[in-house]
Design a protein around this ligand. Structure first.
Ligand SMILES: [Zn+2]
Length: 288
């Protein structure tokens, strides 16, 4: 079954809700980057939020999420667009910490001495960046805080990634719930009660809940699904995009690659795809 997300309204349209199943997307990222379990969870949670944030964009708009808490994982970078394409990486994917319970300790891998930032590329060089200090490094809490402080939208963000003993991703998914302007006190109370009684998101994902079922678990019958959208790991890198990077190294450096390696290989940080340049191709990239 493919990964997908749903957009919905709940509690008399006073709550906007997103829920996603992202198992394949996160496994694709895990496999490409060779993530150890805790890094897979940290990157996977961020990719999962990214997919839902992307779905709130229009047309060609894009977002970039940057998380750096000065923990062992370094930076986590995730790009998403409005069409369900998400890509991302962690600067050190070989990180693994767990609590005594065996639960993955994402907060330890990410750290809390740093920021979460979200840059929206609205096209025509129009950018908007919101930034907040990291709270727990557990990702879900950090986005809840981001929405409250940077976007002034009271929200609840729940994300989970479960990793098998062989490091593959068993299940991933999550939700974002947002309080619409004008929501009543009664609705807020209902939402708080619902959130305090539901199973942890990782349990729901482990039990194979679909995005719809996750929202039903929270809102009961008071939810209205508006839209479905497929989501996937996809990188838009191409050989052409690396050409300008090679050109910027200068003729001497290009000549060295020709003399020493008879070519060059550029690796995309986001997807780890290798783009090979022959000596002949490098020759053409020299500035005359
Ligand atoms: Zn790529």
């Amino acid at each position: 079954m493919k990964d997908y997300l749903v957009k919905a309204l709940a509690f008399d349209d006073q709550i906007r809700a997103f829920a996603v199943s992202s198992t394949h997307l996160v496994e694709e990222a895990r496999r490409r980057h060779g993530c150890w379990p805790t890094a897979a969870a940290a990157l996977g949670r961020t990719l999962t939020v990214g997919a839902m944030m992307g779905s709130q964009l229009k047309g060609d708009e894009k977002i970039t999420i940057r998380i750096n808490g000065n923990g062992p994982i370094g930076s986590i970078i995730v790009d998403a667009d409005s069409k369900g394409c998400v890509r991302g990486y962690a600067s050190n994917p070989e990180v693994h910490f767990q609590y005594d319970s065996g639960k993955l300790n994402v907060g330890m891998a990410v750290g809390t001495d740093g920021q979460l930032s979200v840059t929206k590329d609205l096209g025509l060089k129009d950018y908007f960046t919101g930034q907040v200090p990291l709270q727990t490094g557990e990702i879900g809490d950090d986005f809840t805080y981001y929405y409250a402080v940077s976007e002034q939208v009271p929200s609840a963000v729940g994300v989970g990634v479960l990793v098998e003993p062989d490091n593959s991703v068993r299940a991933a998914g999550g939700f974002i719930l947002q309080v619409m302007p004008g929501a009543t006190e009664e609705t807020l109370t209902k939402l708080e009660t619902a959130l305090s009684t539901i199973k942890p998101v990782s349990t729901m994902i482990d039990e194979g809940y679909t995005p719809e079922k996750m929202l039903e678990a929270i809102f009961g019958e008071e939810v209205r699904i508006l839209e479905h959208q497929e989501v996937r790991f996809e990188c838009n890198c191409s050989k052409e995009r690396f050409e300008s990077g090679i050109m910027s190294l200068g003729n001497d450096e290009i000549q060295a690659m020709i003399d020493e390696d008879n070519g060059a290989e550029a690796v995309c940080y986001f997807c780890m795809e290798r783009h090979h340049f022959t000596a002949e191709e490098l020759e053409k990239l020299k500035t005359k």
